[in-house]
Write a protein that binds this ligand. Sequence first.
Ligand SMILES: [Zn+2]
Length: 267
Amino acid sequence: MKKRWVSAVAVCLLTACAVSPTGRKQLLLMGNNDVAQMGLSSFQQIKEQEQISTDPQQNHYVQCVAQAITRAIPAQYSATNPGQWEVVVFDSDDVNAFALPGGRIGVYTGLLKVTQNQDQLAAVIGHEVSHVLAQHSNERLSQKQVANIGMSAADQLLKNTTTKAPAMAALGMGVQYGVLMPYSRAHETEADVLGLQLMAVAGFNPQESVSLWHNMASASKGSAPLEILSTHPSDQTRIKELQSLVPRVLPMYQQAQTNGVRPQCAG
Ligand SMILES: [Zn+2]
């Protein structure tokens, strides 16, 4: 572990050190365009594998929430915010959602049974979009390059279309693609911090994020594990952390309300 850290620092000094939205040092070895390309090709692959929902009401609802969130992205994220985000609803009982670099959002209809209102759905989408804005895929791929396979080998890996699994895992795609690479605690916290800001600015009640994760916890006590929890580990610590973060973003939510930013996404 120590060795890995030392080599990451060495690479960091030589090349590509950045600072994340919450002030962490990030190792980013990939170009934004390359990561976006990986996101786009993964999304294409998922669209070919999954059933796409044609239910107009469901599509309208998810689009309405997702577009409200992406419209709230501040200008400082222009490098990772393509402006236009494609949003697809997948007809599946999986309780899952994801966002990919390049501006793609996928929501599974199973999630709509666990989220009780538009604010809770916004909490999930805000969190997922935040992973993209904070370049977590790039960071995960960069860490993997340094830790496991060496940088030239990683280049080969990403060019080789037959071995997409590690790239998919780094993008946050989980068990259904045969690889599991959960987000780290640091990434989860960062996506929660940023996600809360996005939902508050977009006019969704950030307090609902706490209820959402309570729902997730109860739903996961059922027979099947929730897909989203396999890549986004969740526990009581996270819920407590969210509770302490909510008061910081409430003024943004109140401001949005005052300005008439009040999404009405029927669900
Ligand atoms: Zn996450």
